[in-house]
Write a protein that binds this ligand. Structure first.
Ligand code: SF4
Length: 479
């Protein structure tokens, strides 16, 4: 995993898509022979080691190039392959130890598939020549940290941030501050918002979906439609969102990078406004390892959720596709991201969340929270990073129907922890477990409402849509 201990590559190194010149093949082989054992190098063609404390991010089984997902296990292992430590946890820890944590905020690009499998050292040498070989060698021995950083940045930044990407570590406020949706408007007005989720149907019939939407819409501001959650295919989020619009409800379209390519993402999103969809939640998505068999590719590397936000923000604010083409009428979007406040140390989590806000997230919907008091440390870290006034936070809650559901969430869903106290309450409640689950939910909402920096709740129904009305009314959040 590190430059000191030999690394274990997760999947084979990429191979070039076309035959390369002999000299480049020799250079690529040499690079692989050296960087393979040292870093687990997969020859991605756009080396990020400078930014990632010299630990290769391509060791991440979810292909994350911009920080960890929310599924790290309590032992700090990867839930996709529990035999390996979470590589991003290691990157964050080493960056903090060596004072490189601010480098983690730079939004890093997706792979350029034309370059995968090819050597990168040639690029480095060419760039060093441009900057001045003498100056570069001098910087290696210099004690002047600022000068050293400047010289190294002029070599490596140009390589890792190609012209078509130009990622940075800055916050980019939306060009148009007018709300584009009801959700955006109510959050901007400072209302404590209630969002919920309706489970997409397994089959092509829309009867139950429509009934569920109609049963919750009078009580909530917006409704999320998951994008094949737990990697189990269901009716698409786009189809459900359009049905919601037709019924007069406000959808939040969820898009997972797991099932999306960069061209598919841009093509889908540019047409959303025509269907009346404005809210988009960008998530990486559960790895197929937790889904049904036969298992689809677990090695998804085209884009991650931070890159999705960066692409969509630029489409909206600059009217530009990733390839640089301009559009006359850019889509109007309210962009959201998922976050998992308890996934790891709050300091580390806040770095990832800040990066998402910088990339374009305007609202967060959190993973399920059953211990609201633990939110304080996370909120404090977001406050220190000065992002609480730049993003609206909706806390994910779920009414638990019984002990089995709670236990499933606790043991099977990455990033979710149900405390022992709640598990025992549900276990001891016997037949009254659904009622106990409602009381637990109301207590959690009550605690959340008192916290500064929280802008609403997101009720994940887990198929129990009928309970939304009661939860909203009894928690005093009726519209
Ligand atoms: S970032 Fe890419 S080129 Fe660099 S070590 Fe990892 S796989 Fe190899």
């Amino acid at each position: 995993m590190s430059g000191i201990k030999p690394a274990r590559r997760w999947q084979p190194a990429f191979y070039p898509f076309k035959r390369e010149k002999f000299s480049r093949r020799v250079l690529a082989k040499t690079e692989l022979i050296i960087k393979g054992p040292l870093f687990g190098c997969r020859m991605c063609g756009n080396c990020l080691l400078q930014e990632t404390a010299f630990i290769c991010p391509m060791e991440c089984p979810k292909g994350m190039r911009n920080g960890p997902c929310g599924g790290i296990t309590p032992e700090k292992n990867c839930y996709v392959d529990e035999t390996r430590k979470c590589v991003w946890y290691a990157i964050y820890k080493r960056s903090l130890k060596t004072g490189r944590q601010e480098m983690l905020l730079e939004v890093l690009p997706p792979l350029d598939w034309y370059k995968t499998g090819t050597e990168t050292w040639g690029d480095v040498v060419r760039q060093i020549r441009k900057v001045g070989t003498g100056m570069f060698i001098g910087s290696l021995f210099s004690n002047d940290k600022v000068k050293k950083t400047e010289v190294w940045d002029s070599v490596f930044r140009t390589i890792r941030q190609p012209d078509w990407w130009q990622g940075d570590s800055e916050y980019h406020p939306p060009v148009n501050s007018e709300p584009v949706s009801r959700l955006a408007k109510e959050l901007k007005e400072g209302k404590f918002v209630v969002a919920t989720e309706v489970t997409p149907p397994l089959g092509a019939s829309t009867g139950k979906l429509k009934r569920d939407i109609e049963s919750v819409m009078p009580f909530v501001t917006s409704i999320n439609f998951t994008d094949s959650s737990s990697a189990r295919p269901k009716m698409s989020s786009i189809a459900c969102s359009k049905i919601a619009v037709d019924l007069g409800a406000e959808p939040v379209l969820q898009i997972t990078s797991r099932d999306t390519t960069r061209s598919g993402l841009q093509g889908d999103v540019v047409g959303l406004n025509a269907m009346g969809i404005y809210n988009v939640l960008c998530i990486t998505g559960d790895n197929p390892v937790i889904g049904p068999t036969p298992t689809s590719s677990m090695n998804f590397v085209d884009i991650d959720s931070v890159q999705m936000l960066w692409i969509l923000r630029r489409m909206r604010d600059e009217g530009t596709y990733l390839d640089g083409r301009k559009m006359k009428e850019p889509p109007k979007l309210f962009l959201g991201a998922a976050t998992s406040p308890f996934a790891s140390d709050p300091v580390l989590q806040a770095i990832k969340d800040t990066k998402k806000v910088n990339a374009g997230a305007q609202f967060f919907q959190t993973n399920l929270i059953f211990e609201p008091d633990r939110l304080d440390q996370w909120l404090e870290q977001l406050y220190k990073r000065n992002i609480l006034d730049k993003v609206h936070i909706l806390i994910g809650i779920a009414p638990l129907k019984g002990y089995k559901v709670a236990e499933y969430l606790h043991t099977k869903v990455p990033g979710v922890t149900v405390p022992e106290k709640i598990l025992s309450r549900l276990m001891n409640a016997g037949e009254s477990a659904p009622e106990e689950g409602v009381q637990i939910t109301l207590e959690i909402i009550d605690a959340i409402k008192r916290k500064q920096g929280i802008n609403g709740i997101h009720i994940m129904t887990l198929g129990w849509e009928a309970i939304v009305e009661r939860i909203v009314k009894e928690s005093g959040l009726s519209k």
